[in-house]
Design a protein around this ligand. Structure first.
Ligand SMILES: Nc1ncnc2c1ncn2[C@@H]1O[C@H](COP(=O)(O)OP(=O)(O)OP(=O)(O)O)[C@@H](O)[C@H]1O
Length: 303
């Protein structure tokens, strides 16, 4: 177990930002930590990095509650982006490595290697203040890799990057995983989690609302049957597990069914009741819908 969060609560005065939260990350996994703005993601990651103390509960890194020791093996990208603006890109990357105990010469060599690998060699001697926001962010990300951490904790790594760089970052995270690293990253959009994660943890108002794979989330999502009929479908209510009938367009209805209901039985009920069936099928829930359902995100967060 690389990370174990056990019944952690964080209060700021009267306000409870994280409530009785438990989850873990195993070696070699990529885990997405999802939740809308203010859900408590950054607060949780700060507690893992021992930047904030927990109010109650405990955090273990690499099987130990000695987080100061454990965090030396972690590469942490904080949410607030900020680098010494007067320093050169190469020096920053090497400097962060030295802070984590990498000897000077080796840190510099590793910085060169990282810049080359991510096509940024031409910026090596540029001061941070001369770089675009996205490139400065990439340098900050490279700086958490200098000491070859076993575990990467990235707080909103995709925000502020254009789609091309978001894809590069996805590839980078995938490569690091292939090389044996473990990754936990927070995000408030589903798309990266969908492509990258083995598992994800969703929080809402500081509480865990889901933990599992994307397939498990789909299974837990209440499915609806889409029925197209020119007839009035209301006699179906209460038959074969149909709990609600919602019109969703001209002659189209979404049927909510109780757990364990049999689709065939719903279809048979339609025929029995003389309801003409023009089309009939299960609704495929998009991951955005699942996210809205669990995390309670507003439409404005959908992009
Ligand atoms: N130092 C603090 N003092 C008081 N309240 C705080 C403090 N830090 C965070 N909070 C509150 O805790 C809640 C969770 O904040 P947090 O930054 O952890 O959310 P988040 O999920 O990371 O959101 P975002 O995606 O917007 O970064 C918010 O309501 C925030 O205002």
């Amino acid at each position: 177990m690389v990370l174990s969060i056990n019944r952690v609560t964080k209060e700021f005065g009267d306000f409870r930002a994280v409530s009785d939260l438990s989850f873990s990350v195993d070696k070699g996994e990529i885990v997405g930590f999802l939740g809308q703005n203010g859900a408590g993601k950054t607060t949780t990651l700060r507690m893992v990095m021992d930047i904030l103390p927990v109010t109650s509960g405990s955090v273990e890194l690499f099987g130990s509650t000695d987080l100061r020791k454990g965090r030396l093996r972690v590469g942490f990208l904080p949410e607030e982006r900020g680098l010494y603006r007067k320093m050169k890109a190469i020096d920053i990357i090497a400097y962060f490595g030295r802070l984590k105990g990498v000897p000077g010469g080796k840190a510099k060599a590793k910085a060169h290697e990282l810049l080359e690998r991510f096509g940024m060699t031409q910026y090596a001697n540029n001061k941070i203040e001369t770089l675009s926001k996205g490139n400065a962010q990439k340098i900050q990300l490279l700086s958490v890799l200098t000491h070859e951490p076993e575990f990467l904790i990235l707080d909103e790594p995709f925000s502020g990057l254009d789609p091309v760089n978001q894809k590069l970052l996805e590839d980078l995270i995938g490569d690091l995983r292939d090389e044996g690293a473990t990754v936990l990253f927070s995000t408030h959009t589903m798309e990266h989690a969908e492509r990258l994660c083995d598992r994800f943890v969703m929080i809402k108002g500081g509480e865990k609302v889901f933990e599992g794979t994307i397939d498990e989330a789909r299974e837990a999502y209440e499915q609806r049957i889409i029925l197209a009929t020119p007839d009035d479908p209301s006699p179906l209510q209460g038959r074969a597990g149909v709990t609600a009938i919602t019109p969703i367009g001209r002659d189209r209805y979404a049927l909510t069914v109780s757990e364990g209901s049999d689709m065939q039985a719903v279809l048979a009920a339609c025929l029995e009741l003389g309801i003409t069936v023009k089309s009939f099928g299960l609704e495929e829930a998009s991951l955005h819908e699942i996210f809205f359902r669990f995390a309670g995100a507003g439409e404005e967060d959908a992009a």
